[in-house]
Write a protein that binds this ligand. Structure first.
Ligand code: GSH
Length: 193
């Protein structure tokens, strides 16, 4: 979704190649992604992995996702790293504790610790965002990454504890480019079911 959304924001056509969980671990895919994951991105003789790197590449190549001013671009990059390196890890932990480790005897004890770490990050982010629409001026790749990370929390109820963050995510989802990406992604799953 992140990569689709970025491609829609910059108005670039794209083709999607679906990869099964098994194929992800086979040599052809490992040549594209050393950790056997998705997404990967191919453009001419360039192959990239890591959603953040792919989106940064698209944002540098095309207009619409990064400010022109050098300092503002650097700040946008800082927010992109913050999204995947500071905000996303405790959110991923929640997925792990609830789904991957949900059957372990200690998972219920761990849950409040993980939720506490998420609340801490959301509180800090909420304070910084305040009543602004986006993280640093106009919508940028920084918001695309941060909204994509926060969306993972929608089902947990945690996001709703911070109304300005819930509204921030809704603003991201309301963007026409997000809507187009979502419809395209949904079509993949509805076609398969
Ligand atoms: N840091 C990576 C994370 C990639 C990731 O976790 N991909 C998941 C799907 S969203 C995956 O491929 N999971 C299968 C696996 O790890 O075997 C990125 O942002 O691209």
């Amino acid at each position: 979704m992140r990569v689709r959304w970025a491609l829609e924001e910059v108005g670039q056509p794209y083709a999607v190649r679906l990869v099964s969980f098994q194929a992800m671990k086979e040599p052809a895919h490992l040549a594209l992604h050393p950790f056997g994951q998705i997404p990967t991105y191919e453009e001419g003789d360039l192959a990239l992995f890591e959603s953040g790197a792919i989106i940064f590449h698209l944002a540098q190549r095309h207009t619409g996702l990064l400010p022109k001013d050098g300092n503002a671009r650097a700040r946008a990059l800082a927010w992109m790293f913050a999204a995947v390196n500071t905000v996303e890890p405790p959110i991923l932990d929640l997925v792990i504790v609830k789904i991957v480790e949900g059957d372990k005897s200690w998972s219920q004890q761990r849950l409040p610790l993980v939720e506490g770490r998420i609340r801490q990050r959301l509180g800090e982010l909420s304070t910084r965002l305040g009543d602004a629409d986006w993280l640093d001026g106009e919508f940028s790749a920084a918001d695309l990454m941060m909204v994509s990370v926060l969306i993972r929390l929608k089902a947990s109820g945690l996001l709703q504890e911070f109304p300005n963050l819930a509204a921030y995510v809704s603003r991201g989802e309301a963007r026409p480019a997000y809507q187009r990406a979502f419809e395209a992604q949904l079509a993949v799953f509805t076609a398969r079911s």
